[in-house]
Ligand binder design. Structure first.
Ligand SMILES: C[S@@+](CC[C@H](N)C(=O)[O-])C[C@H]1O[C@@H](n2cnc3c(N)ncnc32)[C@H](O)[C@@H]1O
Length: 266
């Protein structure tokens, strides 16, 4: 069940019955996703690692493709994506329709829940960017099985990359500043806030969108707050070896970008 706090709880009560609730990656929210552009430094790290290992990339939970799939295809990689949300895939298809044919043919999106997905295809780099690993970490055994599956999908010297926030702690309640963004072209505004440990060890993001026509939408996403200790314990259960961890800072936010190797490097 969606959980709302502060302003968002107030808005829900204020407009009781006149507000549309959906998932953070569904309906209207799949449209506003690309207003929340990813970190350029981190995008470069993913591309650099791609250049070290080969041409074929799989992005897990690939969203609308605007942050990673499309920019990587424009750099020359062949990029497959697996994504669960139909709305995100609709946005992806819209984004791809604007691209030249030579880029389009490097992109392939598959609709699936990554925990059920199977393939015989091999990839040089498999990625889980934009802190999405926290959406996949609720059931540790299921995550370890996913890592094993990813291991089997990699070429002999392939790499797995993912990132997660290291500024979030499980020990204290925290509400971020309220963030806002107005889109004059598509005529809506967004209000966004993060609430940590209001549910223990969870980071909950509440988002409100109001369109110029007066329609109102609320969404909530719930991510597990993961720590280096948690990440290390998952890696230990797999055959992966840690290759490198980049530490990236963006204002108050710190992110670790982890690179794992299928084979140990000499
Ligand atoms: C934070 S977004 C990241 C999107 C994209 N990777 C990016 O960097 O822009 C997380 C995405 O994970 C997708 N997702 C969540 N659980 C999933 C699952 N079990 N299988 C496939 N996709 C999933 C959501 O629908 C959403 O599009």
């Amino acid at each position: 069940m969606n959980k709302y706090y502060g302003f968002f709880d107030g808005i829900k009560n204020l407009y009781d019955g006149k507000i549309i609730e959906c998932g953070l990656y569904d309906d209207i929210f799949s449209n506003v996703y690309n207003a929340l552009a990813g970190n350029e430094e981190i995008k470069e790290l993913y591309a650099e690692n791609g250049f070290c290992v080969g041409k074929n990339i799989l992005e897990i939970a690939a969203g609308d493709g605007s942050n990673y799939m499309i920019p990587l295809a424009q750099k020359g990689f062949n990029v497959d994506g697996v994504e669960i949300s139909e709305s995100m895939i609709d946005r992806f298809n819209e984004n791809v329709s604007k691209l030249p044919q030579r880029i389009k043919k490097k992109l392939n999106m598959i609709q699936a829940d990554i925990f059920d997905y199977e393939t015989d295809k091999k990839y040089d780099l498999i990625t889980i960017p934009s802190t999405t690993i926290c959406l996949l970490s609720d059931d540790v055994e299921r995550l370890e099985n996913l890592f094993d599956k990813i291991y089997s999908w990699l070429t002999p010297n392939g790499r797995l990359m993912f990132d997660y926030r290291t500024d979030q702690v499980t020990e204290r309640l925290y509400a971020s500043n309220i963030l806002t963004n107005t889109n004059l072209e598509d005529k809506y505004y967004i209000v966004l806030q993060e609430f940590n440990n209001f549910v223990p060890e969870k980071s909950i993001v509440n988002m409100y969108v109001e369109k110029a026509d007066g329609s109102k939408y609320l969404a909530c996403s719930e991510k597990k707050i993961i720590t280096e200790k948690f990440v290390d314990s998952v890696i230990e259960k797999t055959c992966f070896k840690k290759h490198y961890t980049y530490h990236v800072k963006e204002g108050d936010i710190t992110i670790d970008v982890c690179v794992l190797n299928k084979e140990e490097v000499a």
